[in-house]
Design a protein around this ligand. Structure first.
Ligand code: NDP
Ligand code: HSE
Length: 428
């Protein structure tokens, strides 16, 4: 065999990757030259879905990243440590690295790519965003001649699965989260999915590639889906929207700064992202001169993610086969500057708000006055019924500066007739 691969991790993605590598018939011929040389795990006695010779499986992951025979290290253990240290050790030992670990790349990408450039090795991460969807290499290569203006994605399979089941089956949040965990979609700690942190890692990676600069993870505004209620899902439907957890990186109109955000969003039912359901992900890229292009496919799961991991292994193997020692400029990452962040209060967007109020004459008028005082124009106002003696009023605004919308909410909160603001969501 020409290329020896050391795989760290034999969980959902590791198992899918080994299965794919051990079954090369009918796939790209170069796969037959890739050997599963070592596989590192934590618990050697666990029952596995794939059978490997005992000499291949080890609990000594450091030995794998230092082994002179290994050409490519594939990091599929997840989490920050020891994943980060093992990746750096692999690089410092001259190994090329493939990883599906967005958490490590979004936090330590600078350190990792600086080390990789110094060592003259590749770090490939197709599986880190969008599961099986090819989006990293297209951004690095096919789309790189465009001036990108926006990347908008559904990039977390677990939350999309949950939101879809809550809408279609009326399921409870906790029940569907357990299903997503069983199916292998969720992170080891699913709060990373539910609270939007996984999507924030992914949009930081996509933005860095699309806009050609480093991104500080703390610059990504992040809100998860815990507060999305069945009531909001039903109202959204009646108003012609679906609720999706969107990750957005968008160039501001008047400057070079980037709006970077993850939040549940009301998406018009006619928008291409509205029909992306279940574990599927989609990433809409807008640029000049291309216009719009959308990538769609399974965003998590063993086989889908393995497809992305193995495509990276193959890309490295193909480059190694040419015998060149010079790094391919479209496969490496060499950004030095940080992108500038646009403040959230300057974001211009529509809002959806649900108020619980006393059922008195004139309450809608008072709400309208507070909005008007702050220059917030309303697209629709709906009062549907009384719950526990409180009226429920749902408002959708026209485009408004977020800072002005927040000022109007401060006035509204001070109205005696307002019992609570039950939910606030942005509208695409
Ligand atoms: P799993 O939890 O299913 O698997 C993790 C594997 O790593 C297990 O085999 C575990 O060993 C091993 N492992 C973990 N910590 C250690 C350690 N300290 N030493 C040795 N082995 C260790 O994770 P996934 O396969 O779901 O995810 C792997 C990576 O892929 C993560 O970065 C994740 O974000 C990413 N990813 C996951 C997707 C998915 O659909 N699941 C999709 C896209 C990316 P043992 O089996 O012995 O416990
Ligand atoms: N937990 C992630 C998700 C896995 O649900 O999208 C894929 O990165």
């Amino acid at each position: 065999m020409a290329f020896k691969v050391g795989i760290l991790g034999l969980g959902t993605v590791g198992t899918g990757t080994v299965q794919l590598l051990l079954d090369p018939t009918g796939r790209q011929a170069l796969l037959k030259e890739v050997e599963v040389y070592k596989v590192g795990v934590k618990s050697p006695d666990k029952t596995r879905a794939v059978s490997l010779p005992t000499a291949v499986v080890t609990t000594d992951l450091e030995a794998i990243v230092k082994d002179p025979a290994v050409d490519i290290v594939v990091e599929l253990i997840g989490g920050l440590e020891p994943a980060r240290s093992l990746i750096l050790q692999a690089i410092n030992n001259g190994k090329h690295v493939v990883t599906a670990n967005k958490a490590v790349i979004a936090r330590f990408g600078d350190e990792i790519f600086t080390a990789a450039n110094a060592a003259g090795v590749y770090v490939m991460l197709e599986a880190a965003v969008g599961g099986g969807i090819p989006v990293i290499q297209p951004l690095k290569q096919s789309l790189s001649v465009n001036r990108i203006t926006a990347v908008t994605g559904i990039v977390n399979g677990t939350t999309n699965y949950i939101l879809t089941a809550m809408r279609d089956r009326g399921s409870d949040f906790a029940e569907v989260l357990a299903e997503a965990q069983q199916l292998g979609y969720a992170e080891a700690d699913p709060t990373a999915d539910v609270d939007g942190l996984d999507a924030a890692d992914k949009i930081a990676i996509l933005a860095s590639l699309a806009f050609g600069g480093r991104i500080k993870l703390q610059d990504v505004y992040c809100e998860g889906i815990r507060n999305v209620s069945k009531a909001d899902i039903n109202y959204a439907e009646k108003l012609g929207f679906v609720i999706k957890l969107l990750a957005i990186a968008k160039k501001a109109h008047s400057s070079n700064s980037l709006s970077l955000r993850v939040h549940p969003t009301l998406v018009p039912q006619s928008h291409p992202l509205a029909s992306i359901n279940g574990v599927y992900n989609a990433i809409l890229v807008e640029g000049e001169p291309l216009g719009q292009v959308m990538f769609f496919g399974p965003g998590a799961g063993a086989g889908a993610t393995a497809s992305a991991v193995v495509s990276d292994i193959l890309a490295i193997a193909a480059t190694l086969k040419t015998g060149t020692t010079k790094p391919h400029p479209l496969m490496s990452c060499s950004h030095q500057e940080y992108c500038e962040k646009a403040p959230m209060e300057d974001l211009v967007t529509r809002f959806y708000a649900r108020f619980l109020t006393q059922d008195h004459p004139g309450v809608i008028g008072k709400l309208g006055t507070c909005f008007g005082n702050c220059g917030v124009s309303l697209e629709s106002v709906v009062q549907t019924g009384i719950h526990d003696n409180l009226a429920e009023i749902v408002v959708v605004t026209h485009d408004v500066r977020e800072g002005d919308f927040n000022a109007s909410l401060a006035e509204i909160r001070a109205l005696p007739a307002i019992s609570s603001i039950a939910s606030l969501l942005r509208v695409l």
